[in-house]
Write a protein that binds this ligand. Structure first.
Ligand code: ATP
Ligand code: MG
Length: 561
């Protein structure tokens, strides 16, 4: 029995019941079974955390099993990406398996089924078969080929395997019940001819097993005890069990399928097929575009594995589908980055500020704390000089008392630096403010301990020294879809809800300490948000992604609730 007392989810209850009924804990085994037809997304993260979490909880092995039975859609690129993502999340699989490892065993078992009169070769077109399927309220019609002799079935099936027949000419079907109330039990297809090379078995096979025939038998081969899948497979459970009945030997472990609800995230789509459409239509720049809800997209965006896992743990698993607000995911990202991201100064919308009483050639290196949340993060030196950039939004000629930033005649503190006072400003011919002239109080330097340094002023601004600043490309992301549930509209394609302004590129001016930052390194740009270095960065030009803003909308939503 598990040691800790955290409340159990319903899957854990099922396992606890099995253990209480005498099933040995040492024999528990789980699997995560992705189809390598795309990159993993945030929904998969739920399934990964569930399965690998159970492995950790019960000290049981978890297999990574690629469900690779459809060579038309599967590729090695996806296998590699999936492995990388699971490792990045911090999980270790016990063994790496492939459904394609079992093609021979599955074939041999299929022959056994034929010999027992439980499977037959159907030679109708898919349209004919569909027309005989019936409806949930109307029984189906038996195929005219249903009563082929065993010998004939064996010969045809072997011919299928040997490439004698073309795609669509014959299929192998399980002989179950064309009047079952479960449509999936109406003689489901077990094999089809597919003359496509497979990314692992190459051209060894030209027949490929269907999902239902493959999945339970693969679980059985691997001695998986609890085969967890999403709710849409609930009606498949009867078939899963029927297929197992045909092969299970009494002394061996019989896997059981249990279902949990798919996780959906607001303002995005979590379906590999739809994500592929975004990639193929050039709406995003690849599977790892930072706007994508893929694990690789979130990694590139600057999310941490810890944040993703604590989000997944918070939402837990459910028996019914719902949409989780993406703001909750962002909340977890912010929480973690607040603890680990070094603070730096960066200005994204610059306005020149000149300190008129500061000596022309002087420069100072001010001491700045790297992270007030983490003393061990230490401090660094920040260059200060006569000409600085501040954010345009931080200055107004005139403003009311609630404007705690800089206005003419007003004072603010420059973070880690001095108190300044705005004296005048210069405008271009269109009336836009292009420069602010200030004076500074030389005795007010932060941390100097002087009386002036302790003087309180209302506002504190971030800034950079112009001559020391590094120019970088900064990519500002917004939600990829304008609608909370882009997939939920029956009349419109999700593509119609794509946000045309989901990416804005600006030039940022950043303090020089980040000059050697490497891709994936994360920072807090003070007062602006969390940012990380993108892989598009070069030696001469850093590129940053905005991971999340600083503002915590989710906490506000929760406070109201
Ligand atoms: P997609 O529709 O995105 O292709 P899938 O279910 O076909 O999803 P698989 O590669 O077959 O993708 O999924 C691997 C495992 O992850 C399965 O057990 C599946 O049930 C689970 N899974 C997939 N999507 C989600 C989701 N949104 N929430 C929770 N689990 C999911
Ligand atoms: Mg699938």
């Amino acid at each position: 029995m598990a040691e800790d007392s955290k409340s159990l989810n319903f899957i854990e209850h099922i396992i606890e019941e099995d253990l209480a009924a005498g099933f040995p804990q040492s024999q528990l085994r789980f699997r995560f079974p992705p189809e390598p037809n795309g990159y993993l997304h945030i929904g998969h993260a739920s399934s990964i955390c569930l399965n690998f979490g159970l492995g950790l909880r019960y000290n049981a092995g978890v297999n990574l099993r690629f469900d690779d039975t459809n060579p038309a859609k599967e590729e090695q690129e996806f296998v590699d990406a999936i492995k990388k993502d699971i490792e990045w999340l911090g999980f270790k699989w016990d063994t790496e398996r492939y459904a394609s490892d079992y093609f021979q065993v599955l074939y041999d078992w299929a022959i056994e089924l034929i010999k027992k009169g439980k499977a037959y070769v159907d030679s109708q077109s898919s349209e004919e078969m569909a027309s005989q399927k019936g409806t949930p309220t109307k029984v189906g019609v038996n195929s005219p080929y249903r009563n082929r002799t065993i010998a004939e079935n064996l010969e045809l099936f072997e011919g299928m395997k040997n490439g004698v027949y073309e795609e669509g000419q014959h299929v192998l079907r399980a002989k179950i019940d064309m009047s079952s109330s479960n449509m999936l039990m109406r003689d489901p297809i077990m094999y089809r001819v597919l003359k496509k090379a497979h990314h692992r078995t190459n051209t060894d096979w030209c027949i490929y097993p269907m999902y239902d025939w493959t999945h339970g038998e693969s679980d059985y081969i691997e001695a998986v005890t609890h085969s967890l899948c999403t709710l849409e497979f609930a009606p498949h459970r009867e078939l899963y069990d029927w297929f197992l009945d045909q092969v299970v030997e009494p002394e061996r472990i019989r896997p059981k399928q249990r279902e949990f609800a798919r996780r959906n995230l607001s303002h995005t789509v979590v379906s590999k097929r739809k994500l592929l459409e975004l990639v193929n239509n050039g709406i995003v720049n690849g599977w790892d575009d930072p706007r994508m809800p893929t694990i690789s997209g979130m990694r590139r965006r600057g999310f941490t594995p810890e944040a993703i896992k604590s989000f997944v743990e918070t939402i837990g698993i459910a028996k019914r589908e719902n949409i989780v607000d993406v703001a909750l995911l962002e909340f977890h990202v912010r929480e973690h980055l607040n603890k680990i991201a070094p603070r730096i100064m960066a200005v994204l919308n610059p306005l020149k500020l000149v300190i008129t009483n500061y000596p022309e050639d002087k420069e100072e290196w001010l001491l700045a704390e790297n992270n007030p949340e983490d003393i061990s993060a230490g401090s660094r030196k920040l260059p200060f000089s006569k000409e600085l950039y501040i954010e345009k939004e931080d200055f107004r000629e005139e403003a009311n008392r609630k404007f705690f930033r800089l206005k003419l005649g007003g004072e603010v503190r420059l973070k880690n630096g001095y108190i300044i006072k705005a004296e005048s400003c210069t405008k271009d011919e269109n009336g836009n403010i292009i420069e602010v002239q200030c004076t500074y109080d030389p005795k007010s330097k932060s941390g100097s301990g002087s009386e002036e340094s302790l003087r309180k002023v209302k506002g504190t601004l971030h800034w950079v020294s112009i001559k020391h600043a590094i120019e970088a490309e900064v990519r500002i992301y917004d939600r990829l879809f304008t609608d909370e549930n882009p997939d939920g509209n029956k009349e419109k394609s999700f593509l119609e809800f794509v946000n045309p302004d989901s990416l804005k590129v600006v030039t940022g001016y950043i303090e020089p300490s980040i000059v050697d930052a490497e891709p994936e390194e994360r920072f807090q740009f003070q007062r602006l948000g969390y940012f990380n270095v993108d892989k598009d960065s070069t030696k001469n030009k850093l590129v940053f992604n905005r991971t999340v803003t600083l503002r915590d909308t989710w906490a506000k939503i929760q406070q109201k609730a």
